[in-house]
Design a protein around this ligand. Structure first.
Ligand code: DGY
Length: 326
């Protein structure tokens, strides 16, 4: 008998077809957003689940779903997983690293450019029919080429952004991270390790690429924003909650920093109402990895993890491999 799995959100039809070759699949092509109780109900009798980053897998859910053996996230971030609880319950967690690195770095850079060069703000102006003449300082932003790029969180995506900055845009690249990169990687990225304080004070453009954890909550709040240059821009492509959105909206209004670009929000898809009223912020709906080839590669890897583990006994990208080896 084939194992049973749940695909918790809508997914590419060809991925569903692939999964159906190996599993009894309960799909959700209507893309209903289930409550935690509904998710638990849908998971009854399922050995695996294909998640997309917005389904919380915690001790309460695991206790109520005793058949569950693997949760395969179609995302590199996995803050929707309580990894300790999953490990304690003997449930394997997988994510989708690598396949989205360059695409996400492209988007991070696009957001840096759009924010520094005031692209969203000026487009809204044009669409509103307000453009009546050229003016010397109209939507004058800040330079990206030759400026100082600060990167907070220097994993795969941070490094890919650093390479773009150092080698494509002649930027001085500084970074802050839990651990220092080895010398060869630092040199390939053209990046120098600095303290968090130096990063805040020296960056012309600061991008956040660190993973979310409770310790990372509000890593950037009013105190940190106050340490940045008034001409600086801030971009968050990491996770909502890393920035204090209310403090950021206030800082943008007061001119503490010049502008921000945000792809992720605390409590998304809800966006802090204050952010919607400030002009100098570019807002996008969590789309940093959203190109068709990359989203397909992410879905394929999540499916390969389910097939690899439930059919062949070996997942491709496990987060808690000790579950298998224990
Ligand atoms: C990721 O992969 O973590 C992206 O943020 C998409 O959820």
């Amino acid at each position: 008998m084939k194992p049973s799995i749940l695909v918790a959100r809508a997914v590419f039809p060809q991925i569903l077809t692939l999964l159906e070759q190996h599993f009894e699949v309960t799909a959700n092509q209507d893309d209903t957003v289930w409550t935690p109780a509904e998710l638990i109900q849908q998971l009854q009798g399922k050995q695996g689940v294909f998640t997309t980053g917005s389904q919380r897998i915690d001790a309460q859910l695991l206790a109520a779903c005793p058949d569950l053996k693997i949760c395969a996230n179609m995302a590199v971030g996995y803050n929707n997983f309580d990894l300790n609880a999953m490990t304690a319950a003997g449930v394997l967690a997988t994510n989708t690293p690598d396949v989205l690195t360059e695409t996400t770095a492209d988007f991070g850079f696009a957001l840096i450019m759009a924010t520094a060069r005031r692209m969203a703000e000026s487009e809204r102006f044009l669409r509103a029919g307000l453009w009546t003449s050229w003016r010397y300082d109209m939507f004058a932003g800040s330079d990206v080429y030759g400026s100082t790029l600060g990167i907070l969180g220097m994993g795969r995506i941070g490094q890919a952004i650093a390479r773009r900055g150092a080698h494509g845009f002649g930027m001085k690249v500084i970074y802050h991270n839990r651990s220092r990169l080895d010398a060869a990687t630092e040199s390939a990225c053209g990046a120098t390790l600095v303290s968090k304080q130096e990063l805040l004070a020296q960056s012309d453009h600061l991008i956040l690429v660190l993973p979310y954890s409770p310790e990372a909550h509000h890593t950037i709040g009013a105190a940190e924003l106050a340490q940045m240059k008034p001409t600086a821009t801030l971009v968050n492509i990491a996770r909502g909650g890393i920035v204090d959105d209310a403090a950021l909206a206030a800082a943008l209004k007061q001119g503490t920093i010049a502008a921000a670009g945000l792809d992720v929000f605390d409590g998304e898809p809800n966006v802090h109402p204050d952010l919607l009223t400030v002009p100098n912020v570019v807002l996008t709906p969590h789309i940093a990895s959203a190109t068709m080839p990359t989203r397909l590669a992410m879905a394929q890897l999540a499916a390969d993890n389910l097939i690899g583990f439930l059919v062949n006994g070996k997942a491709m990208t496990p987060l808690n491999p000790q579950v298998v080896t224990a």
